[in-house]
Design a protein around this ligand. Structure first.
Ligand code: MEV
Length: 309
């Protein structure tokens, strides 16, 4: 088997505005490269095969669980005018699936990059976004695009659906702490639940979305102005609003309470919710040490390092 090319993608963390972003409310997300997905494409003399955590075997028999990837590969094979034969796709990833870290978007981005790399074709960011969004629409029916834009631009992103996005520089002397609840998040289900609530309780949803919008606006300023105290207050407000949207859960609330007893000021869920990860900010290394000892999976990233390069 000959390696033709590879593509990689890091993960993303939504700081504020998830769910509301689907309906045009501003959201903030940052890239997180502490975990990565790599897709390798090999040339073979056999039927197309896939080797991933969820599926190993013939491409044509691939299950529902990787339907986005399967459709994306089919589309790329067609676009590149390739034979429907003679390739092996290897997916290596330490982005935990369904944790709100954008594992599905990362897989789509890495797959597109791998194809363009394998066949030596220049890939623009716009084309990468277009193709990754094609797969994201299969993963969940109405994606805002926030995940894909953040992974493609690899910068902190201020995002308003259909209006566009801006990358911006963060100036925050603190660490972002990510704690895994070790329960799968359920983006498709929670996005559908918010959609239903929007129909059944439109006034309540408008009120919640307006407040989330304010949280994102103020959080952007806090992130730019090294204002950890305000940011922590906004994180608490955003979590309260996400709870009102019914996308939090017992495990999320328990994880946040426990983290607070260990010294975190506030935390919130990130991404789709129900399970997944919770996030918060601190500059207290002793607190980080306690969290790392108590919880099974904790990631820490220095926000000060985000704008380098
Ligand atoms: C999922 O990572 C974030 C949501 O806001 C959905 C989306 O933006 O498409 C829940």
């Amino acid at each position: 088997m000959k390696l033709l090319g590879s593509g990689t993608s890091g993960a993303k963390i939504i700081l504020t505005g998830e769910h509301a972003v689907v309906y045009g409310i501003p959201a903030i997300a940052i890239p997180f490269n502490g975990v990565m997905t790599t897709v390798n494409i090999y040339k073979t003399e056999e039927e197309i095969t896939i080797d991933s955590r969820f599926y190993k075997g013939l491409y044509q028999d691939a299950t529902q669980i990787i339907s986005g990837l399967k459709s994306l590969i089919k589309k790329l094979i067609k676009e590149f005018n390739l034979d429907d034969y003679g390739y092996h796709f290897e997916i290596i990833s330490d982005i935990e699936p369904q944790r709100g870290m954008g594992s599905s978007a990362a897989l789509s981005v890495a797959t597109v990059k791998a194809f363009y790399n394998a066949f030596n074709i220049k890939l623009s960011n716009d084309k990468l976004i277009e193709l990754a969004m094609f797969a994201e629409k299969i993963h969940h029916s109405n994606p805002s695009g926030l995940d894909v834009y953040t992974l493609v631009y690899e910068k902190p992103v201020w995002f308003i659906r259909d209006e566009g996005f801006k990358t911006f520089d963060i100036n925050l002397d603190a660490h972002l702490v990510i704690i895994d609840t070790n329960l799968m998040s359920q983006t498709r289900t929670s996005v559908e639940a918010v959609k239903k609530m929007r129909t059944s309780s439109p006034k309540l949803i408008t009120k919640i979305f307006d407040e989330i919008s304010l949280v994102s606006c103020k959080a952007k300023e806090a992130l730019k102005n090294n204002d950890l105290k305000t940011l922590n207050k906004l994180i608490a407000i955003n979590q309260k609003l996400l709870k009102e949207l019914n996308v939090s859960s017992e495990i999320i609330e328990t994880t946040i309470s426990r983290a607070k007893t260990l010294g975190m000021t506030s935390m919130k869920l990130t991404g789709g919710g129900i399970g997944g990860c919770v996030i918060g900010f601190t500059n207290d290394l002793a607190v980080i040490d306690k969290l790392s000892k108590y919880f099974r999976n904790v990631w820490v990233t220095n926000m000060g390092g985000l704008n380098e390069g």
